[in-house]
Every structure is written in structure tokens, then in C-alpha cells.
Design a protein around this ligand. Sequence first.
Ligand SMILES: Cc1cc2nc3c(=O)[nH]c(=O)nc-3n(C[C@H](O)[C@H](O)[C@H](O)COP(=O)(O)OP(=O)(O)OC[C@H]3O[C@@H](n4cnc5c(N)ncnc54)[C@H](O)[C@@H]3O)c2cc1C
Length: 380
Amino acid sequence: MDLTYTDEEEAFRAGLRDWLSLVLPELPAKPSPQDWPGRRAYDTAWQRLLYDAGYGEVHWDASPTQRLIFLEETEKAGAPYVGANFVGLLHAGPTIASEGTPEQRDRWLPPVLRGDEVWCQGFSEPDAGSDLASLRTRAWRDGDHYVVSGSKIWTSHAEVADWCELLVRTALVSEAVPKHRGITWLAMPMDAPGITVRPLRTLAGSTEFAEMFLDDVRVPVANRVGEENDGWRVTMVTLSYERGTAFVGEVVACRRVLGELAREARGNGRWGDPALRRRLGRLSAEFSALWRLTQWNVSEAQRTGGVPGVGGSVFKLRYSHARQELYDAAAEVLGAGSLDLAHEWTLDRLSSLSYTIAAGTSQIQQNIVAERILGLPKGR
Ligand SMILES: Cc1cc2nc3c(=O)[nH]c(=O)nc-3n(C[C@H](O)[C@H](O)[C@H](O)COP(=O)(O)OP(=O)(O)OC[C@H]3O[C@@H](n4cnc5c(N)ncnc54)[C@H](O)[C@@H]3O)c2cc1C
């Protein structure tokens, strides 16, 4: 493992820093978290700026270390977060880049990089979350189309997405077909007839995810990524990106918030409380360790060809809890002010609750760590 940066990587960092210092002061104000169409426009415009400056492809074509530097510097500078571009840039795109045909890569990757098209993820169903392989949304072949019927839930960004990375069942489960085998990964156009999106409102007031009902939706067979019934393997690639790299930039943001908390506590007198100081100190150590773990995971991905390994589950597990602890500490610093829903930290505290569920719950990450890293026997 080598955690030092080369001269070339440091030059990339310096160029990026200079560019950020020029463009960030010119950006318009962020739309409210409740305004998803406004956020789509804002997030895709930011992606366009990155693309025009030559940073659009950093999530795919750059080395894992350059990607890390990009995330570190953009977060440090307070640049916009990927937001509505999350699925396209951080896991559907990388999946197509590694599993798609040349035609599929040409069709779908450039619009994501330019910020022209937004993706969502249609994996979970009402009875298939942790046990994703038990999904029941069905797809039948009709000539050169699949006809898809069923329902999905918790589909982030569905309201504003152009495409959906969709998992469907293309072979019924039987003795010969275990449930992991009959699944297929499709790119579904969100404007196809037969799709109904019903937004779900979160605790923080945002409609960031939705229920999705699919009624005889026709999806071209050409939109299948990987082979028919081999979608589980493709899904493992998607999930390794989702858990392994997608949250990395947020660690830097958490370290920034920690510094802001300390400043706020000094200003409002809370700093005098030794228990709070210890709490912030422990969190500081925790986020430093998480950053080191990130570097370790990236260094490993660089050595093994780019797809993040199972270490992503260790990161996801610990990070999602540390994030919740950070915003609990923020509430302590703010005191009664933490009840103000207009405060960014209050909204972040509410949304931090979802981090131990999204992208696989903590219990599932613990199972993965137990079985695949520690080599313990399978629970069930
Ligand atoms: C903010 C947010 C955004 C999301 N976005 C998307 C999205 O865009 N697309 C998408 O497809 N999905 C999305 N999800 C769904 C998410 O992937 C699921 O909620 C998650 O996988 C858990 O599934 P579930 O809700 O069905 O819970 P269940 O699977 O029903 O789990 C309930 C409880 O049982 C525990 N449990 C289940 N099985 C086991 C086991 N084998 N061992 C130990 N404990 C177990 C779980 O850990 C959990 O505590 C999102 C979720 C959130 C919170």
C-alpha cells in the first residue's frame, strides 16, 4: 500500500484548487432541499461546468487516486455535492463503463458526464430490500423488447430522472433457477408509457425518493447490460461502487462540519463543557481514521484494477454511524436552536438517520464483514 501522492497527482490537485477558487464565487445560491426540479437543474449545471473544464470524467477515466483528490478538494472548497447526479455518476455510470457494450457506453456515458441526463436506481421492492434477490418485478420477452410489470420503492431521484438502472426477474425461481440466477439489469427510459412515479416525503420534508409502479413497460432488449439472467453479477459491480466509493467525498465534508461545530461552540459558550470537547475530539479521531481507511481502499482498488473491494462495507458501516454521531453532537452544540428546521445541521441530522439503511443496512454490512472478511460461518 502506498499512501503518498506523486508529483503528477499533486499538480492535478493544484490545478483543480485554482479552478475551484475561480468558479465557486460565481455560483448561484442552492435551491431549497424541498425543490427537486430546482435541485436537478442546479446539480446538472454544476456537472456541466465540471465537464467543460475537463473534470467531467474524473469518476471513470481518472485513476482512483485522482478521483480521491477530486473528492477531497471539491468538498474542502465547499463545492456543490453530486446530488441528483449521484446514481448516474457514482454507480450506474461506472457499471455501464465496466459491463456495457461499446454502443451502450457511447449512448449513456457522455450525457451523464455532461449533466444532460439523470439516473435513478430501481432495485428495492416492498418485499425485497436487504434480501434483494427475492425481487418480483417481472419482465417477459416480446420480440426485441422486454415487457416489465411490478413495483419498486425508495427510488431516489425518480421524480426527476431520465433513466433507471432497473432489476427485473426474467426467469421464475425453481429448483433449477435459484433466486440469484433469474435477474436481469436493464436501463429503463423514465418517459416510457406505463410508469407511474409517486413521490414519498421524508422526515426532512424532501421528496428525494418515490414509489414506482410499472405496468407493461416496454424496454428494448438492447438496453440490457450483461446477459439475460446474469443481472446479479452486474448488480454486485453496481453495489461495490455504491458502497465502496460513492460516500467517500462526504467524509471530507464531515471533517469540515466538525471544524465548524468547534467554532460555533467556542462562540456560544458550549466549548466550556469538557464532555462536549471530548466528544468532538473523539469524532475528529474517528473521521481521520475513516479518511485513512478510504485511502487504503482506494490504494487497494488502484492495485487490483479499479473496482472497490469488500473493504467498502467496513467503510459504509462505520461512516454511516459516525455521521449520525456528528449531527447528534451538532444538536448539542446548537441547544434549542437544533429544533429550527431551517438550520442546515438540523436537516442533515434528520437525513443522517437514513444512512444506516440506504445502500444496505448496517446489519447487512456486518454480515458481509463477518462472512467475507472475517471468514465466519453464514448466519442464515
Ligand atoms: C435514503 C434512502 C435512499 C434509498 N434509495 C434507494 C434507491 O434509490 N433505489 C433503491 O432501489 N433502493 C433505495 N433505498 C432502499 C434501501 O436499499 C433499502 O431500504 C435497504 O436495502 C433495506 O431494505 P428494507 O427497507 O426492505 O428493509 P428490510 O430488508 O425489510 O430490513 C428490515 C430490518 O431487518 C434487518 N435485516 C434484514 N435481513 C437481515 C439479515 N439477513 N441479517 C440481519 N438483519 C437483517 C435489516 O438490517 C433492517 O434492520 C433507499 C433507502 C434509503 C433509506
